[in-house]
Design a protein around this ligand. Structure first.
Ligand code: SF4
Length: 201
């Protein structure tokens, strides 16, 4: 009997690829196919400093913002990887209460969570499910400026969307096919890849 042909290994992706692809697919295209030297901007440095401070403050807070009681547990910077999805990422914070898991992503912004943040969180939840072998039904995007934890319920549509996004990213990289620019041109103003996007004015 002939042996079954081996399936090609999936290209390993990161949760942040999902977030960026939803924000503007071209960013992921340039990241993989035209790696450029990244400058550490003041904004990024500030983000890191704020991250450290937030961890400290968060340790002293109660769980009220998340609707949980004080027997919950916090774990910071949780590394997650799924062989099945060929996907990995670092979750900002994991809340655990009585065997129920809630992923949390921090956002240093004034705006309410946007779609790219929600799908990043969904991707983290899928990694978590593969790690703990339990369904993860909800999580939170914590917006630092208004100190609010926005709950996100994970639906089947969101899971399908993340899977479809992973396939789109892999196809885009494999065929080196540049996607169209984002239609929300305000995103281009501060974009580090703008000089490569000749069709964006
Ligand atoms: S400049 Fe605009 S279209 Fe080009 S990568 Fe940046 S956000 Fe996307």
């Amino acid at each position: 009997m002939l042996a079954e042909p081996e399936r090609p290994a999936l290209l390993e992706l990161r949760v942040t690829d999902v977030k960026q692809f939803v924000y503007c697919p071209r960013i992921v295209y340039f990241t993989y196919l035209m790696p450029i030297e990244k400058k550490v901007t003041r904004k990024m440095e500030y983000g890191k400093e704020e991250h450290v401070q937030l961890d400290r403050l968060e340790k002293r807070r109660t769980f009220r913002a998340y609707g949980l009681t004080d027997d919950a547990e916090r774990r910071f910077h949780v590394h997650l990887r799924s062989e099945r999805l060929a996907l990995s990422g670092v979750l900002d914070m994991l809340l655990v209460q009585r065997d129920t898991y809630y992923p949390v992503e921090f956002k240093y912004t004034r705006r309410r969570p946007e779609l790219n943040h929600k799908y990043q969180l969904m991707a983290c939840a899928m990694l978590l499910e593969d790690t703990v072998a339990k369904p993860v039904r909800a999580g939170f995007v914590y917006v630092t400026e208004d100190r609010t934890a926005y709950p996100v319920e994970f639906t089947q549509n969101m899971r399908d969307f993340v899977r479809a996004t992973l396939t789109s990213i892999r196809d885009m990289i494999r065929y080196e096919k540049m996607p169209p620019p984002t239609r929300q041109r305000r995103k281009c103003v501060d974009c580090e890849f703008r000089r490569f996007c000749n069709d964006v004015h």
